[in-house]
Design a binder for this molecule. Structure first.
Ligand code: IVH
Length: 682
């Protein structure tokens, strides 16, 4: 190969990588993307293609290599460059002030400055960076878990799959910040609450057991042997320590945090320098209520002496530094007694066993009930009525029973719980299907299902009908005013004024909210119908694919299967839902009520009905996305690889292996103009 072209390709590859790294940083570290997901994916595809064509150019810091390699057999143990210590804890203002006094005594100074940081509840990790490219850049070399503090496990491949971990730090940045190319960033790997909840939801739908909290889920994701699983788990890495040769690099810890941020690491933005312990205390108090609103869990505040020389003087005791302390917020767990176990019926008819507890205060909230998830979980915990149990309360997660207390102080209960054979609300038959974790009420008209369906329909992420809460829904269903979600749109002011605690103003508000919901887009309506297995994301894909509720309703299973992320189970569920006459009636009522039945029009023609296309190379007048959309709008489908089923391969400039494959299989190859002709725009 002539070196001139090889160089050209290499430059192209490097430029692409720089672009992708820049956009990854904007998206995953700064939470401030500039590109649409589609545009970002396109850059990634270009790079993947180039690398596939020139395997010699692949480097381990390429953005394509975040998830590479095969699942491993186990993890290798690695000693830490300097011990990964833990922290002493303070549980009260008094203990915090006692710590400050010790700092003053040992240092002989009273003007000590502190840095306050949120104490992220994840798992700590050391990331090593090593010189590359003749020492001009620092490249991510190794990720090691804390382990026992002296020896951890090498989880490099999995850490690589965490998108906020920079795979390389450019030389210019290192120089500007006075950093060598060899350093270690320590920090916390966490799973944001939203990802955690979504993951548990998905696991539940798949009949898998759920994780107890985000920390366990993150730890599990870091220790799986297959990095592609880590990648799916949406983890984050926040850096809070910078070490060079096992030591602090700067005069102040705050400078380390700034340098880490400048080097492209995600640094939790809520850190603050405090001039004295009063300011530290204010910070702690300020974050106690505010932490509920964070998208990740914290269990306290870490306070560090800012002056790193002073840190050195203060040194360590056993396993923890004297120059830092963790202030722990009141534990959000408590011990109490299970008074009863009852089942609740959800909108899909799922029966959830709930422990009724002797009231206990956890983190300032009185908890009287906690979920037990399902029969297997009750088995696993071995919980009986009368048992003493530990109950945990996470962010906005419902409290849950995490373990049974088994000591003399807490005698065991003796009443075993058995799942009822009949629905406690309607008396309908309860079944647990083969291979599923949940019991369900099979009565389609179960009033509990109705109540939950309406609450789901009205909730924030769905039709957003503010004011339609539990109390109101109960009255509406009990009085027979609302028998399905469509009835909401027929409610009159008089209907509402006859209810308890309903004045003219609140009645009008509810009516206005209901009216406003008519304008919400198609995907919300689909999500709101409460079709089993159809969550927010699936509803979006369905809306985009079909463009109208009518098209969705008439879709055969085969077409449902073409929709992104729709597998046989979801497709069957949707199909069954719309075959049920009662549901079809409901759709008609919603139509008459004036809800949005069509979406961001991706009106499909029929010119290309049933035809499968593969795009390759660069088209002169259309981007790949635009071409794909045009084909899909004309009723065709675009596949990613060539097979015997492919009808046409559309080849542009520099078409690669797909073109060869097409020729090999005898698939018809056309150009851009012929494609437009087929669509009818030629
Ligand atoms: S500093 C020698 N800063 O808390 C000091 N730790 O209980 C070591 N943690 O093992 C840690 N957020 O996993 C530090 N902003 C933060 C932290 C933090 C969470 C964790 C870390 C550590 C544990 C100590």
């Amino acid at each position: 190969m002539p070196t001139a072209t090889a160089k050209g390709v290499q430059r192209q590859v490097e430029e692409l990588r720089d672009k992708i790294r820049y956009h990854e940083h904007r998206y995953y570290v700064l939470d401030d993307p500039e590109l649409s997901d589609a545009d970002f994916d396109r850059l990634m595809q270009q790079l993947k293609k180039l690398e596939a064509e020139h395997p010699g150019l692949v480097t381990p810091d390429s953005p394509t290599q975040r998830v590479g390699g095969k699942p491993r057999e186990g993890f290798v143990k690695v000693p830490h460059s300097s011990p990964m210590l833990s922290l002493d804890n303070a549980y009260s203002e008094e203990e915090l002030r006692a710590w400050e006094r010790r700092v003053h005594e040992l240092s002989g100074r009273t003007d000590v400055e502190y840095v306050c940081e949120l104490k992220l509840d994840g798992l700590s990790m050391a990331l090593r960076y090593a010189p590359e490219d003749g020492g001009r850049e620092a490249r991510f070399a190794q990720g090691v878990t804390r382990g026992d503090g002296s020896v951890g496990e090498d989880v490099t491949a999995n850490v690589r799959a965490v998108r906020s971990v920079p795979l390389a730090v450019p030389g210019a940045t290192l120089k500007a910040k006075g950093l060598p190319a060899s350093f270690e960033a320590r920090g916390e790997i966490i799973m944001p609450t939203r990802s955690f909840e979504r993951m548990n939801q998905e696991r539940e739908q798949q009949g898998l057991s759920k994780f107890a909290n985000p920390r366990n889920a993150a730890a599990g994701a870091v220790r799986v042997l297959d990095p592609s699983i880590t990648a799916q788990r949406r983890l984050d890495f926040y850096a809070y320590f910078l070490l060079v040769n096992g030591r602090a690099r700067f005069a102040r810890h705050s400078e380390s945090l700034e340098a880490l941020h400048a080097a492209g690491f995600k640094v939790n933005r809520n850190w603050r320098v405090a001039a004295d312990i009063e300011e530290v205390w204010r910070y702690i108090r300020e974050w106690e209520p505010k932490r509920e609103k964070l998208d990740y869990e914290i269990d306290g505040v870490v306070i560090k002496v800012n002056d790193t020389r002073l840190q050195g003087e203060l040194g360590f005791t056993g396993k923890a530094p004297r120059w830092a302390i963790a202030y722990k917020y009141a534990a959000r767990a408590g011990i109490t007694q299970v008074e009863d176990i009852q089942v609740q019926v959800g909108r899909t008819g799922k029966l959830t066993p709930v422990a009724w507890l002797k009231p206990v205060s956890i983190g300032g909230t009185t908890v009287t009930r906690a979920t037990l998830h399902n029969e297997d979980e009750i088995e696993r915990l071995g919980v009986k009525i009368g048992d003493w149990v530990t109950v945990e309360r996470g962010g906005d997660v419902i409290p849950k029973v995490v373990k049974v207390e088994e000591d003399k102080a807490h005698p065991r209960g003796d009443k075993r719980f058995r799942f009822p054979a009949h629905c406690p609300v309607c008396g309908g038959l309860v079944v647990r299907a083969e291979g599923e974790a949940d019991h369900r009420c099979v009565n389609a008209n179960c009033p509990a299902k109705l109540r939950e369906t309406i609450l789901h329909f009205a909730s924030r992420g769905v039709m957003n009908i503010d004011g339609l809460g539990e109390a109101l829904v109960n009255q509406l269903t009990d009085r027979g005013l609302v028998k399905n979600v469509a009835d909401l749109y027929a409610l009159t002011k008089d209907d509402l004024l006859n209810l308890e605690r309903m004045g003219d103003k609140s009645a009008q508000n509810v009516l206005d909210e209901i009216a406003a919901s008519r304008k919400l887009p198609l995907e919300r309506v689909i999500y709101g119908m409460g079709i089993r297995f159809v969550g927010e994301r699936t509803a979006e894909f369905l809306a985009e694919h079909f463009g109208s509720l009518d098209a969705l309703m008439q879709a055969p299973v085969e077409e449902l299967l073409e929709v992104n992320e729709v597998g046989p189970r979801i497709a069957a569920s949707i199909h069954e839902y719309f075959r049920e006459p009662r549901n079809r009636e409901l759709v008609e009522k919603l139509r008459r009520a004036g809800l949005t039945f069509t979406g961001k029009k991706r009106q499909r023609g029929t010119q290309l009905q049933g035809k499968i296309f593969v795009l390759t190379g660069t088209l002169a007048n259309h981007t790949r996305d635009a071409a794909k959309r045009m084909i899909e709008d004309a009723g065709g489908r675009v596949a990613s690889s060539v097979s015997k089923k492919t009808d046409y391969v559309v080849a542009g400039a520099d078409a690669g292996s797909k073109l060869d494959k097409a020729r090999e299989l005898g698939v018809k190859v056309i150009g851009e103009r012929e494609m437009l002709e087929l669509i009818g725009q030629g």
